[in-house]
Design a protein around this ligand. Structure first.
Ligand SMILES: Cc1ncc(C[n+]2csc(CCOP(=O)(O)OP(=O)(O)O)c2C)c(N)n1
Length: 569
């Protein structure tokens, strides 16, 4: 069907089209390049025409985090717009995160006016000379699936539809569109477009039947098969498919540096968050959506172990180096491939062997869960607060109506996430500053859920907290932020300990460049934007403080923050 809209400018046609394509939000950090967009928003709002909801996000790291958080919950790309080259630079780590997490995003930026005079939108500010670069998209090109500059009105529909289709095609990821001011400002009268869009949207693929049969044969023949996964839960529908396969063959599932809920943690076949214990005796490893299932420098599987890699792109073709071998590689949508594999393998499996294995891993599961609980109990009265106890107290509050966004320090061993889409952790690229924005985006995407955002004190600072708390208040997006405050960058310290375990830094106990002392009163940053915030030092007060903060978030619909003073490792 063709649709006609009366518009005043290309910018207005762009907003009309985004709304028609189901883009709900426009996370923006504006500059002079936005003038035609702002003008178009004002006109459409005065006339009650639909547009993606505009949000002023006063730091790019939060804007791109919000786009990420929204898409990781809904699967739908939103528009993020930043100011020319400089805004793009500030957003870059977030774009890398979206790329490595395979999260779709319509990343856009203004483009400095091209003409020095003569066109509507020509240069009229001093920055308009210095803010042009030879190739603006080069800043992000390695990290996006596609980039383009909107050169004229006639192409608008093709360009936007192509951008959205490519972002959503697997492997998903961000695309980058630049919007020159003259083009946006051009006067128009009418805009005609197809509704719904007719750009190709390729559906999910299933791996080839012969390859599935070969993988099923290997799986059924193995005595000690294990699964290692990291990001299967990006597609929530894939989680039950893995459960079905694991149950059919009694496969233990190891989450290794997991970024999503991949397998219910209370399932007897959930084998924890470290693949190392399973690796030594495994004779078959099914690697599912995992870029780094083990670290060969530290530990490797037996050379004779068979390896199957399964995922949207088991090659991880965008990684320069990744040498993990595979006897069979199954490319395609994991939910389809896992289902096919479960069907094929369960026909071949030896019932007695499977039953014995099931018992073994169920015992192992119970033992490990109890060991984790005992560890939390043992430190429950420690002051400063131990992160295991803090994680346990948060874990005890998690239910099927909760989403937890974790950027450092929450220990998933101390919780029992069950539902797909309930847990999200830092993208593989680890660009810090993702968590606060991602939590806000997740809450926008799932307004009926309680969002808890756990961050290290380092991650909190990287997340541009003043901007994040501003957005939470300005747009009524309540979330609970918990700062795991150990007054240091422990991840950096740990890296020194692993790198030189008996070196100078360890022996002398000096670790320059890792301390965050004296720590700011983080609770004041949240209070400055009208949030409820407490500093918690006494472990006995933790449960009460969490309850109070959650009541504020749920009942008053206001943000809350707990600055929890934790043990230094
Ligand atoms: C943009 C960016 N800069 C630097 C780093 C390196 N880095 C990784 S972890 C980390 C410290 C995180 O600190 P915090 O959130 O307090 O957690 P902790 O390490 O104390 O557990 C740093 C600086 C990074 N990943 N991303």
């Amino acid at each position: 069907m063709r649709k006609q809209a009366s518009v005043e400018s290309t910018a207005e046609a762009y907003l009309e089209l985004l709304a028609a394509r189901g883009v709900e939000y426009f996370f923006a950090n504006a500059g002079t390049d936005f003038a035609p967009i702002i003008e178009a928003y004002a006109k459409r709002s005065a006339q009650g025409q639909a547009s993606p909801r505009p949000m002023t996000v006063p730091h790019e790291v939060v804007a791109v985090g919000m786009g990420h958080g929204y898409a990781m919950v809904t699967g739908r790309a939103q528009a993020v717009m930043v100011h020319v080259i400089v805004g793009t630079a500030n957003a870059l780590a977030g774009i890398m995160n979206a790329a490595r997490a395979n999260v779709p995003m319509l990343m856009t930026a203004g483009r400095n006016p091209i003409t020095e005079a003569g066109a509507l939108g020509s240069r009229d500010r001093s920055i308009h000379w210095a803010q042009e670069s030879f190739d603006q998209a080069a800043i992000v090109r390695e990290w996006v699936k596609w980039d383009y500059e909107l050169r004229n009105f006639a192409q608008l529909e093709t360009v936007v539809d192509r951008a959205l289709a490519i972002a959503h095609a697997e492997p998903q990821g961000p695309v980058y569109l630049t919007l020159p001011r003259e083009v946006l400002a051009e006067r128009q009268e009418a805009f005609e477009y197809a509704d719904p869009a007719r750009a190709p949207r390729p559906g999910p693929l299933c791996a080839d039947a012969d390859a599935v049969a070969e993988a099923a044969r290997l799986l059924a023949a193995a005595r000690h098969p294990i699964v290692i996964t990291k990001a299967l839960g990006r597609d929530p529908a894939a989680v039950p498919a893995l459960v079905a396969l694991a149950e059919a063959l009694a496969l233990p599932v190891f989450d290794q540096s997991h970024t999503y809920l991949n397998f219910p943690q209370d399932h007897p076949l959930h084998a924890g968050f470290d693949s190392a214990p399973g690796l030594a005796e495994a004779d078959l490893i099914l690697v599912v959506e995992s870029d780094a299932p083990w670290y060969p420098h530290l530990l490797a599987p037996h050379p004779d172990a068979k390896i199957i890699q399964l995922g949207v792109d088991p090659l991880f073709a965008r990684y320069p180096i990744r040498g993990f071998p595979a006897d069979v590689a199954l490319a395609g949508a994991p939910r389809l491939t896992l289902t096919a594999l479960a069907e094929a393998a369960s026909r071949l499996a030896d019932g007695g062997v499977v039953a014995e294995r099931r018992q073994h891993w169920a015992r192992e599961h119970a033992r490990r869960r109890e060991a984790c609980a005992a560890r939390a109990r043992a430190v429950s009265a420690d002051t400063p607060i131990d992160m295991a106890w803090l994680s346990r107290c948060i874990g005890d509050l998690v239910d099927d109506r909760t989403i937890l966004v974790n950027e450092y320090d929450f220990d998933a061993n101390q919780a029992a996430f069950r539902s797909p889409g309930s847990y999200f952790s830092s993208p593989p690229s680890g660009g810090l500053g993702w968590g606060l924005g991602a939590a806000l985006g997740a809450k926008l995407a799932a307004p009926d859920k309680t969002v808890i955002c756990c961050v290290g004190d380092g991650a909190y600072i990287f997340g541009a907290p003043t901007a994040a708390h501003f957005v939470s208040r300005a747009y009524d997006i309540p979330a609970l932020f918990v700062v795991f405050n150990n007054r240091m960058w422990n991840a950096v310290k740990r890296a020194v300990q692993t790198h030189a375990h008996d070196g100078w830094a360890v022996k002398t106990g000096t670790m320059p460049l890792t301390e965050l002392d004296p720590a700011p009163d983080y609770e004041l940053i949240c209070r400055a934007s009208g949030g409820h915030a407490e500093r918690v030092e006494d472990p006995a007060q933790l449960a009460g403080a969490l309850r109070r903060a959650l009541a504020v978030v749920r009942d008053e619909k206001r943000q809350a923050l707990l600055n929890v003073i934790c043990k230094k490792p």
